[in-house]
Design a protein around this ligand. Structure first.
Ligand SMILES: Cc1cc2nc3c(=O)[nH]c(=O)nc-3n(C[C@H](O)[C@H](O)[C@H](O)COP(=O)(O)OP(=O)(O)OC[C@H]3O[C@@H](n4cnc5c(N)ncnc54)[C@H](O)[C@@H]3O)c2cc1C
Length: 593
C-alpha cells in the first residue's frame, strides 16, 4: 500500500487527491454486491412485511429477527472468521449498513447489535473473552447492547456515576448504577457497560451478562420514532462481574467508548443512505401515480425539483461516505503492514478519521431529514397519514441527529479536533492563512482553463481556501478559548463538511467519466455542478456568520470581500439540471444513481 495515496485524517483540507486514488461505490465487486443483496432480500422478506408488528413491539419479534439475520451470517460481517464471522473489510461492512439502513426500527437494532454492541469486544476483547462471546453474537444466539448514557450523563458521557468496586476476594467487580436509553436493552444478552472503578476519573468497560443477578430492565420507553426498537433503562444492583470480564485495562473504557462512537458515527452515515434511497423511491412511486390538474404530479417542476434535490444530496453523501470508508481500509492496511493486528488497526484507523467520521454523521443525518421531509411533502395530505410509508420514515429519521453524539456535539468536535490535530498532520493554520492573504492580493475567483473537471476541482480547492481563510482569521483573533465560541466553531464545521462533500462528488464524477466515458457520467456531472452551486451559497452564509461574529469595521469589510471571492461559483441553470435529474428518476420510477 502506497502511503502517499492516502490522506490522513483532516488532511483533505490542505492536500488534493487524484480521482483514481479515491474509491467510488461503482467499484464494489460482485461479492460485496451479493452481501448487500442478501441484506436487501432479508429486509424484503423478513422485515418489510412486519413493520407494523415491529413498531407495536410484538413480544419476541425483534429478537427473532436478529436471530434470523444471524442464521444468514448477516451479524458476523465485521467479526473475524475464527469466531464464526466473515471478517469483511470496513467498506463492505458499510455497504451492509447501508442496505440494512432501510429497515427502520430493525435497522437500529441491527446497527446496535453489530456495531456499538459487538465491536467493543471485537476490537478490545482478549482471546478468552472473544472465544466465549463472539461466536454467540456473530450467529445471533445472543444479542448485544452498549451501555454508556446515564440520566445525568448524556453528551457529557464521562460524567457517569456507575461504579465498580473490587470484591474482597479479588474475584469480582461489584457493579452499581443506572444506564439510560439503551438500544436492544429489553432483550440483549451481553451488555458492554461503562463504569468507574473506585474513584477513577475515567471509565473502565465491562462485559456484563444480562442474566446475572442484579441486572434489572425497566419497561420500554415510548418514543416519537423507531418505535419498534427496544430502548430501556437498565439498573445494576450489586452485580457481580468476574474480573476476567473487564474489557481491555482499567481506565481504558472512555477511550473505548469514544472510539466505538467514531465507528458508530461513520456507520450511521452509511445507514441513512439505505433509508434515503428507499424514501426517494417511495416518493417517485407516489408522484408517478397521483394525479392533480389532470396529470401526474411528477410532471410538475416543483415536484421534480424536490426529487432531484433528494437524489443529489443522497448521491453526494454516498460519495463522501464511501470515499472515507475506503480510506479507513487503506490506512488499516498500512497499519497492519507496520505490525498491528487487524482489529487494532481497524479501530485506530477509524479513530484517526475522527473529523471525517463526525462529518459523515452530521451530513448523513441531515441529508436523510431533508429527504424524508420532502418525501412527506410530495405525498401531500397523504404524507401526513399514518397509513403511508413516509410517515414512518419521517418519524424514524429524527433520532439520527440525536444519538451517536448529537449533531451539536459532533459539529463542535469537527472544528475543535481539526484545529488541535491539524498541526500533527502538517496543517499550519497561521501559514495557510498568510499564504491565502498573499494570494488574495491578485486573485481571480473564476476559472480560466478549458478542462471540465479542472474547473470543478478549481472551485472545490477554492472552497478549501475559504475554510482555511476563515479558520486562520478566527484563530488569529481568538487564539485561546476558541472552543467556547460555539456559533463560530459550528459554522466552521459546516464549511468543513461542505468542502469534504463537494470534493468527494467532484472526484467521483470525474472517476466515472474517466472510466466509463463522459456520456455515462452526464447525471453525475449535473448533480455535482448543482451541488457545488448550492454549497457555494451555504459556505458563504457560514463564513459570513463566522466573520460577522469576530470581526468589525474595516477588518470585517475586507474579510467579507475575501469570502465573496473564495465562495463564488459559476452560474448554473438550476431549472435545467433539476428537470434533467428528476426525469431520470421519474422514468425509472426509483432512485437510480
Ligand atoms: C432512541 C435512543 C437510543 C439510544 N441508544 C443508546 C445506546 O444504545 N447506548 C447509549 O449509551 N446511549 C444511547 N442513547 C443516548 C444518546 O446517545 C443520548 O441521548 C445523546 O448522546 C444525547 O444525550 P442526552 O439525551 O442526555 O442530551 P443532552 O446531553 O442533555 O443534550 C441536550 C441538548 O443540549 C445540547 N448540548 C449538550 N451539551 C452541549 C454542549 N457542550 N455544547 C452545546 N450543546 C450541548 C445537545 O446537543 C442537545 O441539543 C440513545 C438515545 C435515544 C433517544
Amino acid at each position: 500500500m502506497d502511503k502517499t495515496n492516502v490522506l490522513q485524517g483532516g488532511e483533505f483540507l490542505v492536500k488534493d487527491v487524484d480521482a483514481q486514488d479515491v474509491f467510488i461505490p461503482e467499484e464494489f465487486d460482485e461479492e460485496q454486491q451479493m452481501i448487500a443483496q442478501t441484506c436487501e432480500d432479508f429486509l424484503e422478506t423478513e422485515v418489510f412485511p412486519v413493520l407494523d408488528r415491529i413498531d407495536q413491539q410484538e413480544e419476541g419479534l425483534m429478537r427473532e429477527l436478529i436471530g434470523k439475520a444471524g442464521e444468514l451470517g448477516l451479524l458476523g460481517i465485521s467479526v473475524p472468521e475464527e469466531y464464526e464471522g466473515f471478517g469483511q473489510s470496513f467498506v463492505t461492512s458499510m455497504l451492509a449498513s447501508e442496505a440494512m439502513g432501510a429497515g427502520h426500527s430493525f435497522s437500529v437494532a441491527y446497527s446496535a447489535h453489530t456495531g456499538i454492541g459487538s465491536l467493543p469486544l471485537v476490537y478490545y476483547g482478549n482471546e478468552e473473552q472473544k472465544q466465549r462471546y463472539l461466536p454467540k453474537l456473530a450467529t445471533g444466539e445472543w444479542a448485544a447492547a452498549y451501555c454508556l448514557t446515564e440520566p445525568n450523563a448524556g453528551s457529557d458521557a464521562n460524567s457517569g456515576k456507575t461504579n465498580a468496586v473490587l470484591s474482597e476476594d479479588g474475584k469480582h467487580y461489584i457493579l452499581n448504577g443506572q444506564k439510560m436509553w439503551i438500544t436492544n436493552g429489553g432483550f440483549a444478552d451481553l451488555l458492554t457497560v461503562f463504569a468507574k472503578i473506585d474513584n477513577d476519573r475515567v471509565y473502565s468497560a465491562f462485559l456484563v451478562e444480562a442474566s446475572w443477578e442484579g441486572v434489572v430492565r425497566n419497561p420500554e420507553e415510548k418514543k416519537m420514532g423507531i418505535k419498534g426498537s427496544s430502548t430501556v433503562q437498565l439498573f445494576f444492583n450489586d452485580v457481580k462481574v468476574p474480573v476476567e470480564n473487564l474489557l481491555a485495562r482499567r481506565g481504558q473504557g472512555f477511550r473505548i467508548a469514544l472510539n466505538i462512537l467514531h465507528m458508530g458515527r461513520i456507520k450511521l452515515g452509511a445507514a441513512v443512505l439505505g433509508s434515503a434511497k428507499r424514501t426517494i423511491t417511495q416518493s417517485v412511486n407516489y408522484a408517478n401515480e397521483r394525479k392533480q390538474f389532470g396529470t401526474q404530479i411528477s410532471n410538475f417542476a416543483a415536484i421534480k425539483y424536490k426529487l432531484a434535490q433528494q437524489a443529489m444530496r443522497t448521491w453526494v453523501t454516498e460519495s463522501a461516505v464511501y470515499r472515507i470508508s475506503a480510506d479507513i481500509d487503506k490506512t488499516k492496511e498500512i497499519m497492519m503492514a507496520d505490525g498491528k493486528d487487524k482489529e487494532t488497526a481497524t479501530i485506530e484507523a477509524i479513530a484517526q478519521y475522527a473529523v471525517e467520521d463526525a462529518a459523515m454523521k452530521v451530513f448523513g443525518s441531515e441529508t436523510l431529514d431533508y429527504v424524508v421531509d420532502e418525501g412527506v411533502q410530495i405525498f401531500g395530505g397523504m404524507g401526513f397519514s399514518a397509513e403511508m410509508p413516509v410517515d414512518r420514515a419521517y418519524r424514524d429519521s429524527r433520532i439520527n441527529r440525536i444519538f451517536e453524539g448529537t449533531n451539536e456535539i459532533n459539529r463542535l468536535l469537527i472544528s475543535e479536533t481539526l484545529i488541535k490535530k491539524g498541526p500533527k498532520v502538517g496543517i499550519n493554520f497561521k501559514e495557510e492563512y498568510a499564504k491565502i492573504l498573499e494570494e488574495l492580493n491578485d486573485f481571480n475567483p473564476g476559472y480560466d482553463g478549458d478542462d471540465y473537471f479542472g474547473e470543478l476541482k478549481f472551485y472545490a480547492k477554492k472552497f478549501k481556501k475559504l475554510a482555511l481563510y476563515v479558520m486562520g482569521a478566527f484563530l488569529e483573533k481568538i487564539p485561546k478559548g476558541f472552543v467556547h465560541e460555539q456559533e463560530i466553531m459550528s459554522a466552521l464545521s459546516d464549511i468543513l463538511i461542505g468542502v469534504y462533500a463537494v470534493e468527494s462528488a467532484v472526484l467521483r464524477s470525474e472517476k466515472i467519466a474517466k472510466t466509463k466515458g463522459d456520456d455515462q457520467a452526464a447525471y453525475q456531472k449535473a448533480m455535482t455542478e448543482n451541488y457545488l452551486y448550492d454549497t457555494s451559497f451555504r459556505l458563504r452564509k457560514s463564513a459570513y456568520d463566522a466573520a460577522n461574529s469576530f470581526l468589525q469595521g474595516d477588518e470585517l469589510k475586507t474579510a467579507l470581500a475575501a469570502i465573496d471571492k473564495l465562495s463564488s461559483f459559476k452560474p448554473v441553470n438550476i431549472r435545467e439540471i433539476h428537470r434533467f435529474v428528476a426525469d431520470k428518476i421519474i422514468d425509472e420510477n426509483k432512485y437510480c444513481f
